[in-house]
Design a protein around this ligand. Structure first.
Ligand SMILES: CC/C=C\C/C=C\C/C=C\C/C=C\C/C=C\C/C=C/C(=O)SCCNC(=O)CCNC(=O)[C@H](O)C(C)(C)COP(=O)(O)OP(=O)(O)OC[C@H]1O[C@@H](n2cnc3c(N)ncnc32)[C@H](O)[C@@H]1OP(=O)(O)O
Ligand code: FAD
Length: 627
């Protein structure tokens, strides 16, 4: 039944103002208007079609991605879109591409680590896409351990140049997105050697390919690293390999905000901390947290709508079966994920503020909050991406068998999303950074240096005041426990930022009440999941635990009538969702049926290969056939 809203009865049940919730989700009325307009623009333009992605070969997929990126750029120019609108357009085009890294890493690295002069030279070219950049840090043999990178940048005072070189196979750059086939330039990270002395890892702007015919410049061996997890999905991205053979670049192409090399060959450090070399990672981790709520909400939207459409068992007197969303087990798996999507949205908003704050301070040479900003971005990146990747997979299972179809949108979403647990800092490695920060704080408790900001609570935890161990002592031995402590610290951040959000004025009938329910679900679900830890540490009694579980069940019942409206508030178009199971009108079965016939296998009734393989089998001619 085309045109009928099969979820209308669900929408009629909702107890709050969905339009007002859409604005809360978007962040502001302005953000909502921009997001709404651009998502509809992309959805209505056949040039951004994506429903055939999973059936394309790698080469076709990649070429189609190039076409879309060029088309997106033309649209941005033709419509005079602002930077904010252009970023939204790329977001809703929803295809991993070299442009993500160009805008998301190459430009921020120059902004954060380049001098004024370098920014003036390179940024206008990058903004106009007259050069396309990638971020070449990771090597075949070294990813997490940045200080272990082997690529060298040796200063030659005779020519005022750096010689960039890959001395070993393991020093080959390996993974950078956009590097394989597209990027003309890279921010390449290399061990700086000046006057025979190693000065640690620094970033360099290196041209990779000719701006005339795109051929690699002399001394560069460059290509794609090959197929990745999932058909379609992240294979639209040309993650690359690069080897340098004594490539020479001018001295002024070392990013010199943090430290400089003079033409006489003197290495000088500014009074900004060395850690600013890692600045681009701080920025991207913050954007990844914001993105986690998008990916999780997308999966949750699909699973929630489909759970309201899908019916199994419970038919009474020949009436309809029960909607699976009414099963308590389905609710107990789905609603904590719905709550998490909202929780990550708000902690992402807060992290954006924290990042803006630390950036402003750094510009004024106040470096005091950098360690906290590093711990927050690293920890929340780890927590939200792990939960989102697991959550997408849970949503797939919540959709039963149909969740396994590519047309559900969930396999591709998972395949594209799951590397977020690894890139931009492997999640366990990042939690160890948080643990180190926490242990440092503990070791300073009782001194004159009082913890402030997100760690201020530590002074109130009595038994921490008794800890007097050095940071390093026992760290490695206890690292598995410390990682759990780091997760707990980050969960505390998520919960407290959700609570702070609720303390703000939130307009719209019933909106605040719904958010309170979701906040309580998020917190109580955590308590439920980690009941053992809470009980064993005496933080709660068994009675508290039982009360919390009762409350959780009651909260699920409160969410139930509002579930569809709560996912409608994400305001996703059917194009962006890319899922038959999650389509707005809930008309799932005819769409699934129709889509099946479009599969390339159904182009012929009798398949290719029948005469060669099936018929000889059936006719028992297999032994004589030439296979
Ligand atoms: C389809 C796309 C989907 C989603 C994306 C959505 C949005 C993103 C938008 C744009 C991005 C575009 C595309 C994304 C897709 C993929 C791109 C992927 C890119 C990459 O992966 S780039 C490579 C990233 N690599 C890493 O992250 C490496 C991880 N390793 C490290 O960070 C460090 O080596 C490590 C682990 C921190 C160790 O550092 P080190 O060896 O120096 O040892 P220490 O532990 O002693 O640290 C020294 C000192 O420095 C402090 N510190 C460390 N890092 C930072 C930092 N970033 N900022 C500030 N300070 C830092 C540390 O705490 C120590 O301080 P202390 O001495 O204790 O005071
Ligand atoms: C899709 C994708 C896109 C990427 N894009 C880019 C890009 O654009 N540019 C770029 O430079 N890089 C990129 N990368 C590389 C990425 O940043 C690295 O893969 C990442 O930093 C993890 O490093 P690794 O692969 O060396 O993992 P490893 O560090 O080898 O991790 C392997 C295992 O060892 C464990 N481990 C490592 N160190 C420790 C430790 N100290 N203590 C305890 N356990 C440890 C980890 O927890 C993990 O379980 C990309 C990667 C992917 C998958």
């Amino acid at each position: 039944m085309e045109g009928v809203d099969h979820l209308a009865h669900e929408r009629n049940k909702s107890e709050f103002d969905v339009d007002a919730m859409k604005i809360v989700w978007a962040g502001s009325p302005h953000a909502f208007v921009v997001s709404d307009r651009i998502s509809k623009l992309v959805a209505s333009d056949p040039g951004f079609r994506k429903d055939n992605r999973s059936t394309l070969s790698r080469k076709e997929l990649f070429k189609n991605t190039l076409r879309k990126a060029a088309y997106a750029w033309k649209t941005i120019i033709d419509l005079h879109l602002s930077e904010e609108e252009a970023a939204k357009l790329r977001f809703y085009v929803d295809e991993p591409a070299f442009t993500d890294v160009h805008w998301g890493m190459f430009i921020p690295a120059i902004k954060g680590q380049g001098t004024e002069e370098q920014q003036q030279k390179w940024l206008p070219l990058a903004y106009k896409m007259q050069i396309i950049g990638c971020y070449a840090q990771t090597e075949l043999g070294h990813g997490s351990n940045v200080q272990g990178l082997e690529t060298t940048a040796t200063f030659d005072p005779q020519t005022d140049e750096f010689i960039i070189h890959s001395p070993t196979l393991t020093s080959s750059k390996w993974w950078p997105g956009g590097l394989g086939k597209v990027a003309t330039h890279a921010i390449a990270y290399a061990l700086l050697i000046v006057g025979g002395r190693e000065q640690g890892v620094h970033g360099f702007i290196v041209q990779l390919r000719s701006l005339e015919d795109h051929s690699p410049l002399p001394g560069m061996t460059v290509g794609d690293i090959g197929m990745k997890f999932g058909n379609g999905a992240y294979n639209a991205m040309d993650n690359g390999v690069l080897r340098f053979d004594h490539v020479r670049i001018p001295r002024n192409q070392m990013l010199m905000r943090v430290s400089q090399v003079t033409c006489e060959g003197k290495y000088k450090q500014s009074d900004v901390p060395r850690q600013l070399v890692y600045g681009a990672m701080l920025y991207v981790r913050q954007t990844i947290v914001a993105d986690a709520s998008c990916a999780l909400s997308r999966a949750v939207c699909i699973a929630t709508r489909y759970s309201a459409v899908r019916r199994q068992f419970g038919s009474q007197n020949g009436g309809p079966e029960t909607q699976v969303i009414d099963y308590k087990t389905q609710q107990s798996r789905l609603f904590p994920l719905l709550a998490s999507a909202y929780a990550f949205r708000f902690v992402g908003e807060w992290l954006k503020w924290l990042y803006a704050d630390v950036t402003q301070r750094l510009q004024a040479n106040d470096f005091s909050t950098l360690p906290e900003a590093h711990a927050c971005t690293a920890g929340l990146k780890s927590l939200t991406t792990t939960a989102t990747a697991d959550g997408i997979e849970e949503c797939r299972k919540l959709c039963g068998g149909h969740g396994y179809l590519c047309s559900s949108g969930l396999p591709e979403l998972f395949a594209v999303y799951v590397p977020a647990c690894t890139y931009e800092g492997e999640n366990t490695v990042l939690l160890l950074q948080v643990a180190r920060f926490l242990m440092k704080t503990v070791s300073q408790l009782g001194s004159s240096k009082k913890p402030v900001g997100t760690i201020a609570y530590m002074t109130r935890v009595e038994h921490l005041m008794q800890c007097r161990c050095g940071v390093q002592r026992g760290f490695a031995e206890l690292s598995a426990d410390l990682v759990e402590a780091a997760v707990a610290h980050c969960q505390l951040l998520v919960v407290s930022k959700f609570i702070e959000k609720l303390q703000q004025e939130i307009p719209g009938k019933g909106v605040k009440q719904q958010l309170e329910v979701l906040c309580n679900i998020y917190a109580l679900f955590l308590l439920h999941k980690h009941q053992g830890d809470f009980l064993s540490t005496g933080c709660i009694t068994p009675k508290h635990a039982a009360l919390a579980n009762d409350e959780l069940r009651s909260l699920y019942s409160q969410v139930r009538p509002n579930a569809i409206a709560l996912v409608d508030a994400f305001n996703y178009t059917d194009h962006y969702l890319g899922s038959i199971l999650g389509c707005y009108d809930g008309n799932v079965y005819p769409k699934l049926y129709e889509a099946a016939w479009k599969d390339p296998l159904n182009e012929s009734v009798v398949p290719d290969g029948y005469h060669q393989y099936i018929r000889p089998l059936l006719k028992q001619e297999i032994r004589t056939a030439r296979l």
